[in-house]
Write a protein that binds this ligand. Sequence first.
Ligand SMILES: Cc1cc2nc3c(=O)[nH]c(=O)nc-3n(C[C@H](O)[C@H](O)[C@H](O)COP(=O)(O)OP(=O)(O)OC[C@H]3O[C@@H](n4cnc5c(N)ncnc54)[C@H](O)[C@@H]3O)c2cc1C
Length: 359
Amino acid sequence: MQLFDVAIVGGGPAGSSCAAFCAMAGLQSLVLEREKFPREKVCGDCLNPSCWPVLGRLELAERVRNLSHSKLSTVEFIAIDGRGVTVELPSGADGEISVKRSLFDDLLLTRAREVGVKVHEQTTVTGLHRNDHWNIETASGDFFQARMLIGADGRNSTVAHLSNLLPRPARERVALQAHIPLPRDFGNRIVLQFLREGYSGQASVNETQLNLCLVGTPPTISALRKWAERQFDLPPNQLWRTITPLTRSPIPPAHEKLLFIGDAVRVVEPFTGEGIYYALRSGELAAKAVAKVLRSDNSNSALREFGRAYAQMYHGRLWINRLARAAVLRPHLGSLFVHAARFRPAILKLLTGKIVEEL
Ligand SMILES: Cc1cc2nc3c(=O)[nH]c(=O)nc-3n(C[C@H](O)[C@H](O)[C@H](O)COP(=O)(O)OP(=O)(O)OC[C@H]3O[C@@H](n4cnc5c(N)ncnc54)[C@H](O)[C@@H]3O)c2cc1C
């Protein structure tokens, strides 16, 4: 059986980016992914401008721009009473775009394959044992071996669960998502709309489709769905994807011969649209750490350095996440904020700028 340098569980943005960077550094890399790509995923599909430099280092920026996408020019915040305020987004080639996850994630995984990563799709990791190496069991009965392991398997990480690290999820909220026909004159906006029962995020993803996300609590989510059916004239049998939890405690990313990245470490508030950036960048940081751990005698110092770089990635930013969470958990508070920003647009400009320009 081949002994890989590194096995990465999960082929989302975190896993694919980590795998590609590992292979580019000369490591024998393996990705084990539960689904068959291309696949959709519950997400707002918005790509924060901070992703471009990482995509550039993966030599993917141009190919992402060639995917069917929408260039987003404004974000409109709408209060419960329907009144709103609009903030311009940075323009230019490195601005914010929205692109379906089926296209984006598939391109990243393809890139990993191109640079030499061995990828097994429809392969669900179910068991882990560690002696000299990691022995990885899968649902299909296939086994794999690797010197290091990366948990890139999202917010309900199996790797974290099997390592007794997965915190109890706070199932206080649930998200629904669908791609629906693009309403006429919707334009290239992101809409973040506070509603009595939660909130909705909307963005065009191409010339014919709108990404529609609804976030509520288990008791309010069906009222939100009914609102969406009325608002967008949807059939009652509209198919929705769903995901939970929207919040859970973070876990430490660095462990002996085991790293976690992306949503597996920390779930950020979807409202801020930053999760894909953190996934890509943490994949890059982990690849550097894996190469150091495997090639040096002092693996502890490489792990400590990774932990510090990881914390630095969020430095000075988690307050935005907390603020967004406070606003969406109490939509009336969020609405008050929108009203205040109508008279003092600088507040929202500053916050939006923090999110889309200064990561
Ligand atoms: C409603 C909502 C809207 C959002 N909108 C945005 C947005 O607009 N912009 C943005 O940047 N972020 C957004 N996010 C966050 C973003 O979706 C995540 O941060 C991002 O997908 C994290 O990437 P990841 O690679 O860490 O995990 P994931 O994308 O979840 O990938 C994990 C992969 O692991 C695989 N996997 C899981 N378990 C196993 C297993 N046992 N064995 C093998 N494979 C496994 C899964 O199939 C999956 O492909 C949103 C999130 C939500 C909930």
